[in-house]
Design a protein around this ligand. Structure first.
Ligand code: OAA
Ligand code: MG
Length: 423
């Protein structure tokens, strides 16, 4: 970013008041009568009702439309382990996206935990406060153990966004990009740079969509994850292939697809030139991708390029997933977000990209024309139809797969965030 853009980002966060979101009141509080209902003595009535039946918390408190965004700051975007407090702008940012795209209230919780177990214990003890938990920017491999334990211990959905949100959006974009490039997932040679939370979840989901494990090469900081490597953790070992390739230079030769979930500027124009015709490059590290889109395009005019950023076409970013997936899960009071719900989100997202783009989206992006093709493989986050389609698909999948505690919502499909509480 230029110095002017960096300053603009700081000013945006600092002025006119610090931060990006606040809490608003939903009931009148002007009179003594109002206060006697909102607080003492009236507040005792919902207390008694919830003590009698915990389900009443959904009726009398904000729980059902409230998601906690929880991090330990150990893997903030692609910036690294900068600690819990430094993650707060990102967690507040996720709260902004939850609210503006899906009408979901959120609180950010930054946990200073000395171990995965301490993190798990801290979160598990306060989990009943919310309708769902979005884990964010927690490094691998600890994130896998943390998510699994919290799913088991909590009766509300727990979802590690960097794994599943990113994987869902990547899979949707990839299926479309491959079709546009005239390639098949079953045959595509895929190189994944990065072996963290997002990378592992993306590769797993692509394999369950049809990619062949033997066509997939994953690299971590030490190079290609191959069968002869010692000391691989079990999450990486799943992706170890029998190959004599050792570096990105070796692996990228003839590859159809490059997926970057690693760090900035690790892919070069030289790497681009080694890829197969019509290559697909998802350089998704935030804020700075593995290769700048302008550099990639100059090296390979035939590339289909995506990044995680809002300022270039094809934003493959979990913002297209988590607000809408939680919306659907909350609205049927799902006990978890299962594979069926994730796959439903992939298809809803993928299919929406094939429909004509509404004028409001063109206006927001200051474009005359956007249509399914190399520059538009996935909907944009400002597309209000995401709120119509993804929660509906996710809620239906939750009902069908038996994890919903409420029927498919009568007020669906949602047209705007003003509709989220129903009539
Ligand atoms: O925040 C974003 O833009 C996407 C994300 O979760 C990450 O990079 O960790
Ligand atoms: Mg993240």
């Amino acid at each position: 970013m230029t110095d002017a853009k960096k300053q603009a980002a700081l000013d945006y966060h600092a002025k006119p008041i610090p931060g990006k979101l606040s809490v608003e009141l939903t009931k009148p509080t002007a009179t003594a009568r109002d206060l006697s209902l909102a607080y003492s003595p009236g507040v005792a009535e919902p207390v008694r009702e919830i003590a009698r039946d915990p389900e009443n918390a959904y009726r009398y408190t904000g729980k059902g439309n409230l998601v906690a965004v929880i991090s330990d700051g150990s893997a903030i975007l692609g910036l690294g382990n900068l600690g819990p407090l430094a993650s707060k702008p990102v967690m507040e940012g996720k709260g902004v996206l939850f609210k503006c795209f899906a009408g979901i209230n959120s609180v950010d919780v930054e946990v200073n935990a000395e171990s995965p177990q301490a993190f798990i214990d801290t979160v598990a003890r306060i989990a009943d406060t919310w309708g769902g938990i979005n884990l964010e920017d927690i490094k691998a491999p600890e994130c896998f153990e943390i998510e699994q334990a919290l799913i088991e211990q909590c009766s509300i959905p727990v979802f590690h966004d960097d794994q599943h949100g990113t994987a869902i959006v990547t899979a949707a974009g990839m299926l479309n990009a491959l079709e546009i490039a005239g390639k098949r997932l079953e045959e595509a040679k895929i190189v994944c740079l990065g072996a963290g939370a997002a990378a592992i979840a993306c590769m797993k989901l692509l394999v369950s969509c049809g990619a062949r494990s033997e066509n997939l090469i994953m690299l971590d900081r030490r190079g290609v994850i191959h069968a002869g490597r010692e000391g691989l953790n079990p999450y990486k070992a799943v992706f170890a292939v029998d190959t004599d390739k050792r570096t990105l230079d070796d692996a990228i030769e003839g590859a159809d697809v490059f997926i970057g979930l690693s760090g900035p500027n690790l892919m070069t124009a030289e790497h681009m030139r080694k890829m197969a015709p019509n290559p697909i490059v998802f350089a998704c590290t935030n804020p700075d991708p593995e290769i700048h889109p302008d550099v990639a395009r100059e090296a390979r005019p035939d590339v289909i390029m995506a990044t995680g950023r809002s300022d270039y076409p094809n934003q493959v970013n979990n913002v297209l997933g988590f607000p809408f997936i939680f919306r659907g899960a909350l609205d049927v009071r799902a006990t978890r977000i299962n594979e069926e719900m994730k796959v439903a989100a992939v298809h809803a997202l993928k299919d929406l990209a094939r429909e004509p783009v509404p004028q409001a989206v063109l206006d927001a992006y200051e474009r005359d024309h956007m249509a399914f093709g190399p520059e538009y493989i996935i909907p944009t986050p400002v597309d209000v139809r995401l709120l119509e389609r993804i929660p509906a698909a996710v809620a239906q999948a939750a009902v069908d797969s038996g994890v919903a505690r409420r029927p498919y919502p009568a007020h669906y499909p949602l047209k705007t965030v003003d509709d989220v509480y129903g009539g």
